[in-house]
Write a protein that binds this ligand. Structure first.
Ligand SMILES: [Zn+2]
Ligand SMILES: [Zn+2]
Ligand SMILES: [Zn+2]
Length: 288
């Protein structure tokens, strides 16, 4: 396994596996408990799908062990019981883990490796993007984790993400398609809204002065006519991409990455028509 040594894990076990290629049995060591606070490189290992990758001693074929494991992030108060394959007696397995480790602030069960992958991707993405953190309404620490976990477990978009991740793993989908989907996940997670061309928030406040980075205001007028799903505004000081604007008065967040609407004001009939168009996803009015 690249990036992490088996003895850096909190625990591991030696198990027998059946090779999917030559059909012979072999033994390999797999990690059964890892703490990402102590061994942060495990995150990259998981993001590269290298975690618990085992190699057949007879024919050299590589495969991912489907052994359940605990992913702990002690600093975040998080314990995840990860089952790459759903166990037979799921209910009693969950109950016994709950009884043993229920003292963790957050204890959750994943029955799909793409849930863990997406969690780690989002953690990295929020960590690396200060502008996203600035706009975010998810809070930090435990609050952030709980909202993201709810998304990972409940949101139908996760079905698409799982499919795309599998495709891109086998080379059938491009990185761009996957990134696009993950960006959509973030807009959805954050409850963002398409950009109003009149720069008026739903609450009526003016959004013109709200595009900021590095403590400085970015003039929207320069970009106004160019705004579209593909358009990116970069901060002149730090070079980071700006995704959108949050209303100072009510906290709603808008992004041109979800497209544009003429206005959110309901007192103009032509705008009402835009608002009433059938919802494509999560009731976002689409206008582009
Ligand atoms: Zn083999
Ligand atoms: Zn900046
Ligand atoms: Zn507002």
């Amino acid at each position: 396994m690249k990036g992490i040594h088996i003895n850096q894990a909190e625990s591991y076990s030696q198990e027998a596996f059946l090779c999917a290629s030559c059909n012979r049995e072999y033994e390999a060591k797999v990690i059964t408990w890892v703490d990402a606070s102590r061994t942060p490189q495990v995150k990259q290992t998981l993001l590269r799908w290298e975690f618990n990758m085992i190699v057949c001693t007879h024919c050299g074929c590589r495969q991912q062990a489907e052994t359940p494991f605990f992913y702990e992030d002690f600093e975040e108060g998080l314990l995840l019981a990860v089952f790459p394959r759903i166990p037979e007696s799921r209910g009693s397995v969950e109950a016994s883990i709950q009884a043993k480790y229920g003292y963790y602030p957050i204890l959750e069960f994943f029955y799909d490796m793409t849930q863990l992958w997406t969690l780690l991707y989002l953690q990295e993405h929020y960590r690396a993007n200060k502008n996203l953190r600035g706009l975010s309404r998810l809070g930090t620490g435990e609050g952030w984790t709980r909202k993201v976990l709810h998304f990972l477990k409940e949101d139908p978009l996760m079905i698409d993400i799982r499919e795309r991740l599998t495709e891109s793993f086998f080379g059938d989908a491009t990185e761009d398609q996957l990134m696009d989907l993950l960006a959509r996940a973030i807009y959805k997670l954050e409850d963002m809204l398409p950009w109003p061309q009149d720069r008026r928030c739903l609450c009526g406040a003016d959004l013109s002065g709200e595009l900021k980075c590095c403590g400085k205001q970015v003039d929207l007028k320069e970009h106004d006519r160019l705004l579209s799903r593909q358009y990116v505004i970069y901060c002149a000081s730090c070079g980071e991409a700006l995704a959108g604007v949050s209303c100072e008065k009510c906290g709603r967040v808008y992004t041109w990455k979800l497209g544009l609407v003429r206005s959110y004001r309901k007192d103009r009939p032509q705008d009402q028509r835009v608002m009433d168009r059938p919802a494509i996803s999560r009731n976002y009015p689409q206008f582009d």
